[in-house]
Design a protein around this ligand. Structure first.
Ligand code: NAP
Length: 295
């Protein structure tokens, strides 16, 4: 697959890591409710192998997906890893047997989490680790993240982590983290209908830092909008392709990690890099966020 088809390239700041702007989010592979066992382990492996064969070199994961299951599938499917593959993982949560999502952000939790990721992925060092602030149910919540970020910076100095990112954070928390260590990416909830981070994206673009939307397709309830369907129909594409193409055009520092456990959806999502949205179409799509904001 050509670079254009994968949405062009992006190099993380201060890093030798360059990725295609269309990557892959592995969370859906863990199984229903992001808790193992996987729906279909054979298909999960096939999805990962096809993604990489198609040119994807950015995979987003966490050892708390499953827990452990997603990383183990990635290892089974792809190890030994191609040299250009960048695996981005995240720390900050744990999944007890009741399947809830609980914070795990003490220095001790984070150190244990790094070792879990290294063991389950079969790596000696992690390319990028996002500190995932647990925030509130709906998104980030102000509050110091200095302690966990300092713990990750220590693990970076030990050579277990190469680069640090943040997830589910505010601009204030980003600035606090940047006073402690370099930040190469921010991963927050953002898509066509949910645009609370417009100012943050602009600021990160100015700094050359990647913005990696989670729930790029709407997450557990994929985006549904008559405007999106109408536009997709007129362009001969699908609503999800329009949603991904919109993100690619929104800002050059946006990297995509759409999640799927389906080969057909993977192919559809990778092809979104070929779609160009004209200014009138972009304007029409703005109506989706306006309508969502009214609800
Ligand atoms: N930092 C964080 O807190 C955080 C939170 C959530 C997620 N993430 C990361 O972000 C990645 C993406 O988020 P996500 O997977 O939750 O949400 P998403 O990419 O917005 O959407 C995934 C959902 O859309 C469906 N889907 C995917 N492609 C489709 C297509 N072409 N047509 C129709 N449906 C399609 C998937 O179902 P099928 O499996 O049936 O395709 C799945 O239900 C995750 O994999 C994870 O790595 C990070």
């Amino acid at each position: 697959m050509s670079e254009a088809m994968l949405g062009g390239r992006f190099t993380f700041p201060g890093a030798s890591l360059t990725v295609g702007r269309i990557g892959y989010g592995a969370m859906q592979l863990a199984g229903p409710g992001v808790f193992g066992p996987p729906k279909d382990p054979e298909v999960a492996i096939a999805v990962l192998r096809e993604a990489v064969a198609a040119g994807v070199n950015h995979i987003d994961t966490s050892d708390y997906y499953g827990p452990h299951v997603t990383n183990q599938i990635i290892r089974q499917a792809l190890h030994p890893y191609p040299s250009e593959l960048v695996i981005v993982t995240k720390l900050g949560a744990r999944r007890p047997p009741d399947k809830s999502w609980q914070p795990a952000n003490s220095p001790r939790d984070l150190t244990a989490g790094v070792h879990d990721n290294l063991r389950n992925l079969g790596l000696a060092a992690l390319d990028v680790v996002n500190y995932r602030a647990m925030g509130s149910v709906h998104g980030p919540k102000e509050g110091s993240i200095a302690e966990p970020v300092t713990a990750l910076a220590d693990l970076k100095r030990e050579g277990l982590i190469r680069h640090i990112g943040l997830s589910n954070v505010t601009a204030v928390q980003l600035a606090e983290a940047q006073a402690i260590t370099d930040v190469v990416c921010v991963q927050n909830n953002y898509n066509l209908a949910h645009r609370h981070d417009d100012a943050l994206i602009h600021d990160l673009a100015r700094q050359g830092i990647a913005y990696v939307p989670f729930f790029p397709l709407g997450g557990f309830t994929p985006l549904q909008s008559s405007t999106l369907s109408d536009v997709a129909g007129r362009l001969g594409s699908t609503p999800m392709q329009v949603a991904l193409a919109w993100l690619l055009q929104r800002s050059p520092n946006i990297l995509l990690i759409p999640g799927t456990s389906s080969l057909a959806h993977l192919r559809e999502n990778l092809a979104a890099g070929q779609l160009t949205l004209s200014p009138p179409i972009l304007e029409e799509l703005d109506g989706i966020a306006a309508a969502a904001a009214e609800h």
